[in-house]
Design a protein around this ligand. Structure first.
Ligand code: PLP
Length: 446
């Protein structure tokens, strides 16, 4: 019983009602402010299921459609300007209009597309990648991070002669490699899978021991991105590294989302070197991209000069746009210094937002590492997806209120920063966030 005679059930019922009312109010304002995006979504729904061709871009009541991007800013169909904290789920590292990237793309297009042959950029981009990532002696390109992971798994199975792959509970490695807690995606590639609890050394070692003679590889993100922006602990990665090394199992880091954490990826920052690494997102300079790489021995299986090589196909694997823009980005823009600066900016933003939550007495917290962050509506320590206790309605309320204040990010709470972002942009985000928390203080009260 609370002091005023209300029961805790009464209090939580009232706060549920306030949340529902606040959500209805912001949804009405959002719909009224975005008639052109609304109409576009309705028309698209006649020819695309839900008006959508990429599930993660859908949110309620409908996603605003963008017509222009400049630096770290976006303009939508109704003329609103946003500071872009989604950063195309980390693929938008360079922002929307970097001159070096634009010139590389123009140069590539002007020289002719679909050449159907090796081109002058792919070896240069490969050299950049191999020089940066300690685990990559040789690399091959794909069209997406999903494909990169599929190919890395295939390479590991061929190399070890074993079939099973250990992944993390709630891990995401692409549209056909998704392992939601307690469920199975009907779209998944039918690999022989063992699931382990992320960041839980004992639990994971138990799975490893039980499966050691069948396991070809362990596939893990050094920070779970889609799983909630949850960093792996160094000791956890060390334990995986040690066990896999001792038992002839390949350790694959999916750095599709985290390679931006340092010039040599999060593996460099964490000081743990896997056997193989998969890449994607920004490394194609904003054009479609994926890559997988590893030791000479594992990657050598793909050498077409061999008698019976692994055949890795893909019409657009070396498309000139991705190769040229990717090379320009890594060689001229995303230097080691800029990678560190971006990481530090993200850490400052995380700390400022966490301070802001504490100051407002809000049961909201930021997770993540460097420039990949996550908003969560709870205060408990989050070490793995099983610790997540988010209220989808609260996340939705914060998201729509932030959109109305000119800031985009993913409704589920995912944030990634881009290079053209300034301290002022980050401060603007913190100020707007503070305004949302104080406007709805009772809803978010700890
Ligand atoms: N792996 C991780 C960790 C990802 O975050 C993603 C995409 O978000 C992928 C793989 C799949 O990449 P793509 O969307 O390019 O297929």
């Amino acid at each position: 019983m609370a002091d005023d005679g209300m029961t805790l059930n009464d209090i939580s019922g009232r706060s549920d009602n306030r949340l529902k009312a606040a959500l209805a109010d912001v949804t009405d304002r959002f719909i009224a402010a975005n008639p052109n995006s609304h109409e576009r979504a309705q028309k698209a729904a006649a020819v695309m299921p839900g008006g959508n061709t990429r599930t993660v871009l859908h949110y309620e009541p409908f996603p605003v459609a963008m017509v222009k991007g400049e630096g770290a800013y976006l303009i939508d169909m109704d003329g609103h300007r946003y500071t872009d904290f989604l950063g195309e789920y980390s693929a938008g590292l360079y922002g929307h209009s970097n001159e070096i990237i634009k010139n590389a793309l123009k140069e590539a297009i002007d020289a002719g597309v679909v050449l159907g042959a090796p081109n002058r950029w792919e070896g240069l981009l490969a050299e950049q990648v191999c020089n940066r990532f300690a685990s990559i002696d040789k690399v091959r390109f794909t069209n997406s991070g999903t494909e990169a992971n599929l190919m890395a798994i295939g390479a590991a199975r061929a190399f070890t002669g074993k079939d099973r792959i250990m992944v993390m509970e709630s891990g995401y490695h692409g549209g056909v490699l998704y392992f939601p807690s307690g469920g199975v995606s009907a779209l998944n590639a039918p690999f022989d899978i063992a699931r382990a609890p992320f960041n839980d050394i004992e639990g994971s070692l138990a799975i490893l021991k039980a499966n050691r003679s069948e396991l070809a590889a362990v596939l893990v993100e050094p920070l779970m991105g889609a799983g909630g922006s949850i960093p792996a602990r160094r000791a956890y990665l060390d334990a995986l590294r040690q066990f896999t090394r001792e038992h002839g199992i390949l350790l694959i880091f999916d750095e599709v989302m985290t390679s931006r954490s340092a010039s040599g990826g999060l593996q460099q920052r964490m000081g743990v070197t896997p056997d193989m690494t998969t890449l994607g997102k920004y490394i194609g300079g904003g054009a479609s991209f994926g890559a997988f790489g590893g030791s000479e021995a594992v990657m050598g299986q793909f050498d077409p000069g061999l008698g019976n090589p692994l055949r890795h196909a893909g019409t657009f694997n070396n498309n000139v746009m991705s190769m040229a823009a990717g090379y320009a980005g890594l060689s001229q823009v995303f230097t080691a210094e800029r990678a560190d600066e971006l990481f530090d900016r993200g850490e400052r933003l995380k700390a400022d937002l966490n301070d802001c939550c504490a100051k407002h007495g809000a049961a909201v917290q930021m997770t993540g590492s460097g420039s990949v962050l996550g908003i969560h509506t709870s205060t408990n320590e989050i070490l793995s997806p099983k610790d997540l206790n988010d209220s989808p309605d609260k996340l939705k309320l914060i998201h729509l209120e932030m959109m109305m204040r000119g800031f985009t990010y993913a409704q589920r709470g995912y944030i990634s920063l881009c290079l053209p972002m300034t301290d002022g942009d980050c401060q603007g985000f913190v100020d707007a966030f503070a305004d949302v928390l104080s406007t709805h203080g009772d809803i978010f009260a700890a």
